[in-house]
Design a binder for this molecule. Structure first.
Ligand code: AMP
Length: 256
């Protein structure tokens, strides 16, 4: 499946500071504001791209902020960012303090006219509580938290075969979504690589971090009646159709 190009360039999110987006989706009548949950490799990023295209909402991934920082010269990285990149390389979670500081710097992105899809954030209950406060301060409300769910063994198999374009961030899979030409990105022609944190040792650490810190978020959003559970087996299109149905029948779906 060829994923469409994003409607937003996400410069403000990825680079922070004074960076502005050159393209962004036109304001939506009912902007969608969603949190995407699920173990690494479950297909959240692919669904985020499809949902972004469908709703015009901007995909805000904290993992992408760290990957973008990897291309920054070492001397320009703050000590906190260096430490964050080291955690990421090992597959560990970055501290809540660092992640929340980065999100706070970029909180203007939460007012994006097309809405937002938070992908990879929040990852802990304390990040979720902090997000609630940031949204309340901006008079914004979440529409839903979508949890993509798959058995652990399937997740590990998916992660091991994943290959990512380091330039445009498109994601492929050696078996389920191979690029037309082996090792080359279909979209921009750059070389595909295996993310350091998709290597076997890092995968084990990431899955343990997920079980410990992120799985409890499902209870958090369930209690708030925002949780929409989606079975994440099948093609990206099938999972997307399930997501649209799940959102349409969720409590907060009156504007779909
Ligand atoms: P992802 O692409 O979302 O899987 O993120 C890649 C890596 O970035 C994770 O394994 C963590 O090291 C780090 N990371 C991204 N988002 C967060 C977050 N919200 N909290 C802690 N660490 C994060």
């Amino acid at each position: 499946m060829n994923l469409p190009a994003s409607l937003n360039d996400r410069a403000a999110w990825l680079r922070g500071g004074d960076a502005c987006c050159n393209i962004s989706a036109p304001p939506a009548a009912h902007p969608k504001r969603l949190v995407l949950l699920g173990a690494p490799g479950v297909g959240k990023g692919t669904q985020a791209e499809l949902l972004s295209r469908h709703f015009g909402a901007c995909q805000l991934s904290t993992g992408d902020i760290f990957r973008a920082a990897k291309n920054t010269r070492e001397s320009e990285l703050s000590p906190a960012m260096k430490c964050a990149l080291e955690c990421m390389r090992k597959g560990e979670l970055v501290t809540d303090e660092t992640v929340l500081a980065l999100v706070a710097e970029r909180s203007g992105c939460l007012n994006c006219g097309g809405g937002f899809l938070l992908d990879g954030f929040p990852r802990t209950v304390s990040q979720a509580e902090a997000l609630e406060k940031v949204l309340a301060a901006r008079n914004l409300k979440l529409d839903a938290a979508i949890s993509y769910e798959l058995p652990l063994e399937s997740v590990v198999a998916r992660l091991g075969g994943r290959r990512t374009c380091m330039k445009c961030k498109a994601v492929f899979h050696l078996e389920s979504r191979p690029p037309a030409k082996a090792g080359i990105c279909d979209h921009c022609g750059s070389v595909l690589e295996q993310r350091e944190d998709d290597k076997p040792d890092a995968i084990r650490v990431r899955m343990a971090a997920y079980q410990r810190s992120t799985a409890p978020l499902c209870d958090f959003y369930h209690r708030k009646e925002l949780l929409v559970r989606i079975h994440a087996d099948g093609t990206p299109e099938q999972i997307f159709a399930r997501t649209a149905d799940g959102l349409a029948s969720s409590k907060s779906s009156s504007c779909l």
